[in-house]
Design a protein around this ligand. Structure first.
Ligand code: OSB
Ligand code: MG
Length: 377
């Protein structure tokens, strides 16, 4: 297993209610087996602001605790990887990066596209965009105009206290009844319920994660107070929590990010749970490079991904991307699911090398001491 910490400059800064970033830092996992390599991109950030995990915690957990539990172990199927990590509490982003590399490796060994191995049926997926908080409403309008012209199927804007109702009102005023939603990244508390109810006047597709990730009961309370459907992102840290959130009436829609719940196996379980409960899902994004973006596209081929995801063209984020050709969006706002084996994209090794800040290789021999001490308990 190889770990690399990469730094890629973003084409534009990206601002959410928790902060602004201009460079993307992420861990790339390469898992080798039987002469084939699989890749997994970790969605942790530099800072513990979107979630508790960071690149440093992921590096620590992968090298010290995940690698010893997977290297040299015979897995019949990549769905067996997540359960093998059960002793490690939390750290879903670290687990997902390794688990997703295992799925890619497995799909490449079989010579099949990842989407087919995951159970996906779509050939193309619907693409939406997430527009960050801007310095002015004028800049927001220019962004919305450009993304609509590019064909995207829905616009999501980031909101926070002081950048919410006016921004939405401006967009409705200038662009009419476009498919529009907002994402608060947990910036409000239940005390803001009356304020958030003002958004009901704008016929939004949904409001994503208005309250803290642990506020399931408050989300249910808020959903009784507002008509706009609530979609949960940060709160959905496991399939179990999703079950509780659905039962509590805390959401009508769920955003699936494999990194947040531990990988593809759990994503498929969450997808199926939502389908059984008539909860539509869509694929979230974490400003992934083309490698993680390709993984998102393959998962989005599953049938209950019924709403456009935050899975957009490479050029919105990186120039150049670490894959070539980059991910492109057609004029109708759709992306073709790659047809080659595994992720089906070609990684430009020289670009990966150039972006690498730190690298580590762990083989099964090095991994064994930690693994055997674990076995004693
Ligand atoms: O909440 O969906 C989010 C980016 C980083 C962290 C959290 C989120 C986002 C996005 C961007 O909304 C989605 C994307 O374009 O990749
Ligand atoms: Mg979100």
């Amino acid at each position: 297993m190889e770990l690399r910490l990469l730094k890629l400059p973003l084409v534009h800064f990206f601002e959410t209610s928790f902060g602004r970033i201009s460079d993307k830092h992420f861990i790339l996992i390469r898992a080798d087996g039987d002469g084939v390599a699989g890749f997994g991109e970790c969605v942790a950030d530099q800072d513990p602001y979107y979630s508790a995990e960071t690149n440093e915690t992921a590096w620590h957990i992968i090298t010290g605790f995940i690698a010893p539990r997977v290297l040299g172990v015979d897995f019949a199927h990549p769905r067996d990887v997540f359960p093998a990590l059960d002793a490690i509490r939390g750290h879903n982003m670290a687990k997902a990066a390794v688990e997703m590399a295992a799925w890619d490796l497995f799909a490449r060994q079989r010579g099949e596209p990842l989407a087919r191995v995951l159970g996906g049926t779509r050939e193309r997926i619907a693409s939406g965009v997430s527009i960050g908080i801007q310095d002015s409403l004028g800049e927001l309008a220019a962004n919305v105009e450009r993304e609509l012209a590019a064909g995207y199927r829905r616009i999501k804007i980031k909101i926070k206290p002081g950048w919410d109702v006016d921004a939405v009102a401006m967009i409705r005023d200038r662009f009419g009844s476009i498919p529009l939603m907002v994402d608060a990244n947990a910036a409000y508390t239940i005390d803001a319920a009356d304020h958030l109810a003002k958004l009901d006047a704008f016929d939004l597709m949904m409001i994503e994660q208005p309250l803290d990730e642990d506020d399931i009961a408050d989300h249910a309370r808020l959903q009784r107070r507002i008509a706009t459907p609530i979609c949960l992102d940060e709160s959905i840290k496991s399939v179990r929590i999703a079950e509780e959130a659905i039962a509590a009436g805390a959401c009508q829609i769920i955003n699936i990010k494999p990194g947040r719940i531990g990988g593809f196996r759990e994503s498929i379980r969450l997808h199926d749970l939502c389908a059984a409960n008539r909860i539509p899902v869509w694929h979230g994004g974490m400003l992934e490079s083309g490698i993680g973006r390709a993984a998102n596209i393959h998962l989005s081929a599953l049938a209950n991904f019924r709403l456009p995801g935050d899975v957009a063209a490479s050029k919105r984020y990186f120039n150049p991307d670490v894959i070539d050709p980059p991910i492109e969006v057609a004029a109708d706002g759709t992306i073709g699911v790659p047809l080659g084996p595994g992720l089906g994209v070609s990684i430009v090794e020289s670009r990966v090398e150039q972006a690498t800040l730190r690298r580590a290789v762990i083989d099964r021999v090095q991994a064994r001491p930690v693994g055997s001490s674990v076995a004693i308990f």
